[in-house]
Design a protein around this ligand. Sequence first.
Ligand SMILES: O=c1ccn([C@@H]2O[C@H](COP(=O)(O)O)[C@@H](O)[C@H]2O)c(=O)[nH]1
Length: 240
Amino acid sequence: MEEVRNRLIVALDVATMAEVRQLVEELGDAVSYYKVGMQLFYGVGMECLDYLRQQGKDVFLDLKMHDIPNTVAQGAASLTRLGAAMINVQASGGTAMMRAAAETVAETARKYNLPRPRLIAVTVLTSMDENEWATLRNAASIPDQVVHLAQMAKEAGLDGVVASPQEAKLIREACGREFAIVTPGVRPRGAALNDQSRVATPADALKAGAHYLVVGRPITAAKDPRAAALAILEEMRNAE
Ligand SMILES: O=c1ccn([C@@H]2O[C@H](COP(=O)(O)O)[C@@H](O)[C@H]2O)c(=O)[nH]1
């Protein structure tokens, strides 16, 4: 299993490069992996990826693609060329879409002699609780749907899924040890939930089988982001 430091992904949900630079400098060598999402990528584009690469950091480019198979596959090909370590699609786009993306990512990496990014699928957003889930009129429960989408993603050739730590154990049982489970919805004991619903502590997420923990505001909005990250890393180490 990878070193704990490489399993904490800090979500850079900020709007400007000035904020990125400040956080990355403050966090220093404590953090080696960052998540770049819609706010930052749509706002500043490649500048954030170039900067993080210069700093020697890995990047999860979290754009959650969702469209017809050809469109997502071509989007995934373009993202593969950007050099992120991990990219993602929405599992609810279906098996054909996920398979097309997986094939195109592998082909593009081969063609341009690039490392193949991990391709993972978002299952059910961690902000969703049972009440909101009911409004979508899905017949399955949240855990059943998450496991079903994870099995579809595995069958389509993806490397893993994004899910709540609350479903990590079920996914691990259904999809095996090699299938990556990336969990947002991580909150140290006593931290504000913000808009998250299906949450767990860093220790509980790891014990349930999460491979990577995605943590944003508990670190980035902390008075001392480095101290907050170090406390989470310590909790992760003790949970192993
Ligand atoms: O189901 C999902 C999928 C993605 N996310 C993303 O993770 C981070 C979590 O940030 P916090 O500040 O720790 O809540 C954020 O960038 C989301 O876009 C998620 O939370 N849930």
